[in-house]
Write a protein that binds this ligand. Sequence first.
Ligand SMILES: Nc1ncnc2c1ncn2[C@@H]1O[C@H](COP(=O)(O)OP(=O)(O)O)[C@@H](O)[C@H]1O
Ligand SMILES: [Mg+2]
Length: 235
Amino acid sequence: MISFSHVYKTYAGSRGQEIHALRDLNVEIARGEFVFLTGPSGAGKTTFFRLLSAYDRATSGQATVAGIRLNDLSGNDLAYYRRKLGVVFQDFRLLKHKTVLENVTLPLIIRGESPNAQRERAMQVLQDVGLHHKANEWPEQLSGGEQQRVAIARALIHRPGLIIADEPTGNLDPELSEEIMDLFEQANAQGTTVVVATHDHELVRRRNKRTLRLLAGQISDAELAAKGGMEWAHR
Ligand SMILES: Nc1ncnc2c1ncn2[C@@H]1O[C@H](COP(=O)(O)OP(=O)(O)O)[C@@H](O)[C@H]1O
Ligand SMILES: [Mg+2]
């Protein structure tokens, strides 16, 4: 599903020096996998997601998702690709002047589906995240954990093949973090490929998932050696 081969993302630093946010990154993630992406601040997690969501291009190397070469995307193809993803951020990014229901429905409105079908599907995903009773409230009336559940409902409403979440529990306390992870696992159980970036090691440790550790723009050897296992967590 996801294939990165010799991917570099290089930024120009303030003194003109090159910053390799990703350096010679090689990674394969299969359709239907659930993968954690860990690593300290500055390791390149967000950069990886910016490339995955085609908001930014690799400086060199090949990045493909479902056979689509991300470097070559432009125009309608780019817009179409982005609309097919589900993306969740640390800071929720809900529109504060729209109700919960309107926020969740947004990805369908852009696609021009009938209002009844939209509403029905939105209520269904709100039910999936346990918030159908808050459909007509404003985001600011909800707790942080509830806002993130709304953001996840919005990310899932168009049944994306891939959902990426960049530190989705970074603003939440541990108990709520577990609820959020349960929702990603539910989506994964229904066939969605899920990639979650987090630097919460406890959270990763509690779930037995493939874990990639980014360090200075590269997947570290420890994780490659322990692919699919949990050994790395104890080193
Ligand atoms: N737009 C940018 N310009 C210059 N440097 C950047 C830019 N975006 C990210 N970086 C640098 O790239 C590296 C990786 O950043 P990032 O992907 O945000 O890491 P993480 O999400 O793991 O904290 C950091 O050194 C960061 O300072
Ligand atoms: Mg980040």
